[in-house]
Ligand binder design. Structure first.
Ligand code: FEO
Length: 169
């Protein structure tokens, strides 16, 4: 049986992951409108991954007898002044999600909830990858500069979606 505070935070994380998906859909839309289909592809895949994350939290809670309560997803309201800004915002957002996962982990530690810690270990590692990917994309953007942006955009079209390695029945 999960402790109330831990399950409450896990339930809130579902909304944060779904908001992440919304945010990345919004960024993908921004790039589509700019004719940059590679960057749009990148963020479409990012959005799908976030929905996978949300579903993992749903399944984990349900597998532990918790009744999931879905809440409204906020509208992404960021406007972007240039092509680079969504990349910076994406990194900031991933850092925010990392903090959120760490907070749940801290609560699980406090009540000796080893099962939730074990579940969250995958996300701790995943957040390290998410932050690195977001950082690498900013670096790649800066290195390519304007003349190379078309080539970079083309390259990002090659990104393929893959399911999370964590599976829950
Ligand atoms: Fe689900 Fe990008 O964190």
């Amino acid at each position: 049986m999960l402790k109330e505070n831990v399950s409450k935070l896990l339930n809130e994380q579902i909304n944060k992951e779904m908001y992440s998906a919304y945010l990345y859909f919004d960024m993908a839309n921004f790039y589509v409108n700019k004719g940059m289909n590679g960057f749009a592809n990148w963020f479409h895949i990012q959005a799908k991954e976030e929905m996978d994350h949300a579903l993992l939290f749903v399944k984990y809670l349900q597998n532990n007898g918790f009744e999931v309560a879905l809440t409204a997803i906020a509208k992404p309201d960021k406007g972007y002044k240039d092509l680079r800004e969504p990349l910076v915002e994406a990194l900031k957002h991933e850092e925010y999600v990392t903090d959120s996962i760490n907070q749940i982990y801290t609560e699980a530690l406090k009540v000796s909830d080893y099962r939730t810690q074990e579940f969250l270990n995958w996300f701790v590692k995943e957040q390290g990858e998410e932050e690195k990917n977001a950082t690498d994309l900013i670096i790649a953007y800066d290195l390519h500069g304007k003349p190379g942006l078309f080539a970079l955009d083309h390259k990002l079209e090659d990104r393929k979606y893959s399911e999370p390695s964590l599976e829950l029945d």
